[in-house]
Write a protein that binds this ligand. Structure first.
Ligand code: MUC
Ligand code: MG
Length: 371
């Protein structure tokens, strides 16, 4: 059994409403799909998502595709997919960075191997600890009243009782008021966290986190720019509310440095950021070793990417902050024939074979660029 081909598709999927972050408002989310085929014609599929072109991070969809086609595919064609750790180690020796590209390729190989064995992919990562995991929803409509309505409806449906508020865009002090209004409206029934997406400087963060902590916010994600680990350390020392590293935490080496300098005291895991499933388990191990809380993060993947994250997270013992695997609920349409299930405030971990999702080729063609 050898890998015969790797294909990459760039897809733009419309969202049910604008989703406002500090650097970009998503109305169409760009996802990257990879299909790996072996010589017998068996397939593995995987997905990563990107936010706002080059505005969120360095890994743009176009660069991911070109770098896989040009540099990664030639390194993996002809290799036995069963040895995916060895394959990815060789890739890492020849391709620097490019974590999103590495992640989507590794996951597609894992899907192929698991499908050929007719097992869920989580069995290749130590087996399942959780059958379901708590799932947060991000309130990011850009309007306080709409966010409150959305939160109330979500609680009514028993869909989510953890809400993350995106507060990096606009006036920080007004945004703190917005958070306090939401806590006043639903704070007795839900846990409220905030994500600043790097938008504050340390002075602003010190003032705002004081007020957010006082107001009952239960976690503050990436208040400072990704480069400012010293500032993150000072905030972590100063406040009781957990400070989470997201954009500052990419490689395994980042995770060690953040842990060592306490530049945050909790980690947002994302398979794409860390460069794959194997690397993500290593980052989780650093958190476990140092006693940091974990969050099962998302880049807002659709159903396939969400299944990949859900399956891997189901093999990790503890998520103090739950997960935010809500991606499929934000899209108008889907690229798989089956859907991710949500029940009683939790995401149900999909079973296999592979990641348990069946690609809808018609939808892939419909939403793909240039197909
Ligand atoms: C991020 O920064 O965490 C995750 C949820 C959401 O609404 O945005 C993403 C990215
Ligand atoms: Mg974040």
């Amino acid at each position: 059994m050898k890998i015969r081909s790797v294909e990459v598709y760039i897809i733009d999927l419309p969202t049910i409403r604008p989703h406002q972050l500090a650097m970009h408002t998503i109305v169409e989310q760009t996802i990257i799909l990879a299909r790996v085929m072996d010589e017998e014609g068996a397939e593995g599929w995987a997905e990563v998502a990107t936010i706002g072109g080059a505005s969120y991070g360095e890994g743009t969809p176009e660069a991911i595709k070109v770098n896989i086609d040009t540099y990664i595919a030639p390194l993996i064609i002809g290799k036995n997919p069963v040895h995916y750790d060895k394959i990815m180690h060789e890739v890492s020796l020849n391709v620097r960075g490019n974590n999103f590209a590495k992640a989507v390729v590794e996951s597609a190989i894992v899907d192929l191997v698991a499908r050929r064995r007719n097992i869920p992919a989580y069995e290749l990562f130590g087996g399942q600890i959780h059958k379901s995991l708590p799932v947060a929803w991000t309130l990011a409509s850009g309007d306080t009243n709409k966010d409150i309505e959305e939160a109330k409806e979500s609680l009514h449906q028993k869909r989510h009782n953890i809400f993350k508020l995106k507060i990096g865009k606009g006036n920080p002090y007004k945004n703190v008021e917005h958070v306090l209004k939401i806590i006043e409206a639903v704070g007795d029934q839900a846990r409220i966290t905030v994500d600043v997406n790097q938008a504050w400087d340390e002075t602003t963060a010190t003032y705002c986190i004081e007020a957010l902590q006082e107001g009952g916010v239960s976690m503050v994600e990436q208040p400072l720019p990704a480069w400012d680990n010293e500032g993150m350390s000072r905030l972590t020392d100063r406040f009781k509310v957990p400070i989470m590293a997201d954009e500052s935490l990419n490689s395994l080496q980042d995770s060690f440095q953040i842990a060592k300098h306490r530049a945050g005291n909790s980690f947002a895991l994302k398979i794409c950021k860390h460069g794959g499933m194997t690397q993500t388990k290593k980052v989780a191990a650093i958190a476990e070793g140092v006693g940091f809380g974990l969050y099962g993060g998302t880049m807002i993947e659709s159903s396939l990417g969400t299944a990949i994250c859900a399956q891997l997270y189901s093999t990790i013992p503890k998520f103090e902050f739950g997960t935010e695997l809500f991606g499929p609920l934000l899209f108008k349409e889907n690229i798989t024939l089956n859907e991710i299930k949500y029940e009683n405030y939790e995401i149900i971990i999909p079973d296999g074979p592979g990641f348990g999702m069946e690609i809808d080729m018609e939808k892939v063609k419909h939403f793909s660029r240039g197909l």
